[in-house]
Design a binder for this molecule. Structure first.
Ligand SMILES: NC(=O)c1ccc[n+]([C@@H]2O[C@H](COP(=O)([O-])OP(=O)(O)OC[C@H]3O[C@@H](n4cnc5c(N)ncnc54)[C@H](O)[C@@H]3O)[C@@H](O)[C@H]2O)c1
Ligand SMILES: O=C(O)C[C@H](O)C(=O)O
Length: 308
């Protein structure tokens, strides 16, 4: 199993590290445009192999896509992150050009690859990749919901005073400060609805904290987060590489599911060796449907800014 990660910055390197530590891939190639940067990150990571006990071979390259040839899975993290006070949508001007050229180079060298899009604004970048690469929709996956759901579980556990392993919950919708739809109604603590333990008011606070999870970290760090994003991407890569058939909320091109069309947005999907093997349709309440529809309007408005 060969995995390429484009962008050897904070998220790309974290993602490569988690993939290596989980030791399911034979090879990870890191590619960046900054001279020597991917080579340096790869060497540093390889020097953790004997310490962390993995055999995954990590190599780095400055812009040489021939080194990525034959990748089963490619992850796109190249592009600029936001600074405090910015929205993800403001990154479109620079990141659209980067994502378009990177995805085309990746597909040229690995025509059978599955692409995972991470660069922001992620749903719109996933849509761009869908419109420009010609890959089938099951092989284009946007990562956002896996991360947002991890943050939701963190906030739920905090509110419940429970271990995170006891908590389950999912966030669908757009990966944006306003667009996320944390499904509080379906959140559980060891199969018991969380409303048995906390008030609706506290749950509303959990929801709001989850939606601004990325912005909160950006304010603290001066740039956006990387550990949880890297771990979330590695989870998706592992689900595909190991044909796990796990359900993750991912951004995917919809053709009528959830009443939405011609858009990439976060919905639960089954991930296996063919990438997105199924979109799972949950019965939403009218209020949840409204949130989803508002979220889709936001993503579509950003998509309009693309020059396709
Ligand atoms: N979808 C998500 O959940 C999620 C989570 C975290 C970050 N992000 C996004 O991921 C992106 C990367 O974030 P980061 O913190 O790693 O940024 P970073 O600045 O640390 O790393 C980005 C890297 O991309 C490289 N790069 C730029 N243009 C390139 C090109 N044309 N080809 C190859 N490499 C190129 C840069 O040299 C840099 O090393 C940002 O757009 C950020 O908003 C998304
Ligand atoms: O918040 C950001 O801009 C980065 C990423 O989308 C995140 O949610 O951490």
């Amino acid at each position: 199993m060969k995995v390429t990660v484009v962008g050897a910055g904070a998220v790309g390197a974290s993602c490569a590290e988690y993939i290596a530590i989980k030791d399911f891939a034979s090879e990870v190639v890191l590619l960046d445009i900054k001279e020597g940067y991917a080579e340096g990150k790869a060497m540093d990571l390889m020097q953790t192999a004997s310490l962390n006990g993995f055999d995954t071979k990590i190599t780095g390259t400055t812009g040489d896509y021939s080194k990525t040839a034959g990748s089963d899975i490619c992850v796109i993290t190249s592009g600029i992150p936001r600074k405090p006070g910015m929205t993800r949508e403001e990154l479109i001007g620079i990141n659209a050009g980067i994502v378009k050229s990177v995805s085309s180079s990746l597909v040229e060298h690995s025509p059978n690859t599955i692409l995972i899009v991470v660069s922001n604004p992620m749903d719109t970048m996933t849509y761009l990749v869908h419109k420009t690469t010609g890959l089938p929709k099951n092989r284009i996956i946007g990562m956002g919901g896996a991360l947002d759901s991890a943050r939701f579980k963190y906030r739920l556990a905090e509110a419940l005073g429970a271990p995170i392993s006891d908590v389950d919950g999912m966030v669908i919708g757009g990966h944006s400060d306003k667009g996320m739809v944390p499904l509080t109604r379906l959140a559980t603590r060891n199969s018991v609805p969380v409303t048995a333990f906390i008030s609706e008011e506290r749950l509303e606070q959990v929801k709001e904290d989850t939606k601004v999870g990325g912005a909160t970290l950006t304010k603290l760090l001066g740039t956006s987060a990387w550990y949880a994003p890297g771990a979330a991407v590695s989870g998706l890569v592992q689900a595909i590489a190991c044909d796990q058939k796990k359900i993750y909320p991912c951004s995917t091109f919809l053709e009528g599911e959830y009443g939405l069309s011609d858009i990439c947005i976060g919905v639960p999907v089954v991930l296996g060796r063919d990438g997105i093997e199924k979109v799972v349709e949950i019965d939403l309440t009218d209020a949840e449907k409204n949130h989803m529809s508002e979220s889709a309007d936001g993503v579509s408005a950003t998509n309009e800014l693309l020059e396709l």
